[in-house]
Design a protein around this ligand. Structure first.
Ligand SMILES: NC(=O)c1ccc[n+]([C@@H]2O[C@H](COP(=O)([O-])OP(=O)(O)OC[C@H]3O[C@@H](n4cnc5c(N)ncnc54)[C@H](OP(=O)(O)O)[C@@H]3O)[C@@H](O)[C@H]2O)c1
Length: 332
């Protein structure tokens, strides 16, 4: 087994730190790990499962000798630096939205579309999309999905470490709302929910909602699928939740859905009445996508509703990227 050299770009970020942890847990034979972040952090020592590592500068030639580079430093860094990393010999797994819509770049969730070809860059989907398609994929294969209506309850860490820090500061100041710094979310996030994630689009949806529609279609290879999303930020640190209603092509019995999801990869069914249902707090110690509240829905013909929860930093970002790295490694 050849040892590999990996890099994390955006290593000081909420996702980057989780990528380092997931790489350490991955059993990949990692000979060397190189960390990059912005010029602000260059030279900083980062304490990690691999020991204390120094943040390196992104400069010409810095990807030579690196086999796999996980990027999680935002779209502009990915747009500028990822092609150079590929030219220098690395395969890039990119966590930003930069390449997701590019038809030549695969958008991969290992439980759903593990067989893909690439030209050096593989895109990691949006966090809220990943957890939804893991649950939808087996249902789509078995009964066919015609429509998806989803409302999300997204944790503050989904908007980076600054999102978590803003909620933490507001908790410290509560109930003096007048003292709240709202520079990151634009509104108080403590004691509130914010029904806008991303930028408003001319059609009244947001960029996050557009991502959920486009990416779900691409990953499920279902270009006709109708997807309507409402994405909402909630004062939870980690763990996105989603209320999903589907119109299926064929009727599905909820017990059969439970059994199917129970036996599908990367998923746990927690659906025991009021006693045991998925909640963000459970996602701190669970890497699987959790599904509950599975029931027939009267609004659609062949309607089915479910509740989906996952850790946005793990399965929604870092872990999915590391699972892709494992697919690449095993396919060598
Ligand atoms: N958070 C999630 O749940 C989640 C889920 C899916 C996808 N994503 C995507 O993942 C990416 C990172 O998100 P995050 O939540 O980890 O954000 P974050 O906590 O704000 O971290 C951003 C990281 O990018 C680095 N960075 C910023 N500008 C840079 C530059 N010019 N050159 C090199 N590195 C630079 C930062 O380094 P410094 O510390 O030096 O500033 C930091 O390491 C974003 O594209 C986001 O959309 C996030």
């Amino acid at each position: 087994m050849k040892n590999i050299s990996v890099a994390v770009v955006g290593a000081t970020g909420a996702v980057g730190r989780e990528m380092i942890r997931a790489l350490h847990q991955s059993m990949l034979p990692i000979a060397k790990i190189t960390l990059f972040a912005s010029p602000r952090s260059v030279g900083m020592q980062l304490s990690s499962d691999f020991g204390n590592l120094t943040i390196q500068p992104l400069c010409p030639g810095c990807f030579r000798g690196i086999d796999i580079a996980l990027f999680s430093a935002g779209s502009s860094v990915s747009r500028e630096v990822a092609p150079r990393a590929v030219a220098e010999g690395a395969i890039v797994i990119d966590n930003s939205s930069c390449w997701r819509q590019d038809a030549s770049v695969p958008l991969v969730v290992p439980e759903v579309n593990p067989a893909f070809s690439h030209q050096g860059i593989i895109a990691n989907p949006n966090c809220s999309t990943i957890q939804m398609v893991v649950a939808l994929h087996p249902i789509h294969k078995r009964w066919g999905i015609k429509r998806v209506v989803v409302s999300t309850y997204q944790a503050v860490s989904g908007s980076g470490h600054r999102g978590s820090a803003e909620l933490q500061r507001q908790i410290g100041l509560y109930p003096d709302n007048d003292l709240f710094d709202t520079s990151h979310f634009g509104q108080p996030i403590l004691n509130n929910v914010i029904p806008i994630i991303g930028e408003m689009q001319p059609d009244g949806f947001t960029s996050e909602e557009h991502k959920m529609r486009f990416e779900t279609r691409k990953i499920l290879a279902a270009p006709e699928l109708l997807v309507s999303a409402t994405t909402v930020r909630v004062p939870v640190f980690v763990g996105h939740a989603e209320a999903v209603t589907l119109e299926l092509l064929h009727p599905a019995d909820p017990d059969e859905v439970r059994m199917l999801l129970h036996s599908s990869p990367g998923m746990q069914v927690l659906d025991d009445g009021a006693d045991r249902q998925p909640m963000p707090i459970l996602s701190a110690s669970c890497d699987d996508v959790m599904v509950g509240r599975i029931r027939r829905d009267p609004v659609f013909d062949n309607g089915l509703s479910l509740w989906i929860v996952a850790n946005n930093l793990r399965k929604g970002a870092a872990l999915n990227a590391v699972q892709i790295a494992k697919l690449l490694y095993n396919g060598r």
